[in-house]
Design a protein around this ligand. Sequence first.
Ligand code: IMP
Ligand code: MG
Length: 179
Amino acid sequence: MSEKIRVLLNEEEVDKRIQEVADKINQDYAGRHIHLICVLKGGVFFMCELAKRITVPVSLDFMSVSSYGSDTKSSGVVKIVKDLDESLAGKDVLVVEDIVDSGRTLSYLLQILRDRKPASVRLCTLLDKPERRVVPVSVDYTCFEIPDEFVVGFGLDYAQKYRNLPYIGVVEFTEDDKE
Ligand code: IMP
Ligand code: MG
């Protein structure tokens, strides 16, 4: 078996849409300071691209919550792998995620963050697969809703590969040709 990547959203489309979402965030948070929380590792490319386009003051923190093993199936297990460095008390928190799939990770994570008494918590995701939702999650900013396909690139991986692709692609598996 070999893997091929079919482009779903090219680099130009992704960049253009991130700018649109950043423009909306800049309007919504005018006069405020945004505390961006990146969910590692998948959210890191999106967080950087988004943060570069935010014009109100921002601070950054990072958290790692794991719900997936090394393949394309959810283990259903959610655990904190790395916690935040800073307190959230009184802050306007914007969680930046790569993708909302079943919603298990985010519903768990948002609950933990709300318990830390921030002034507000909103969620911004690069991708959303609404068809796959098992646990309801309210998403405040979505760049793209996509069909139920396993995607990689822009931070998203398949077995830790392809995070560095500057576009979003679907992994396709093909039988190798045998002579
Ligand atoms: P959820 O808890 O099912 O919503 O999934 C959360 C995590 O699963 C995401 O943050 C991703 O790390 C991973 N994930 C879900 N769908 C995909 C995909 O299509 N490609 C790569 N990772 C995915
Ligand atoms: Mg993620």
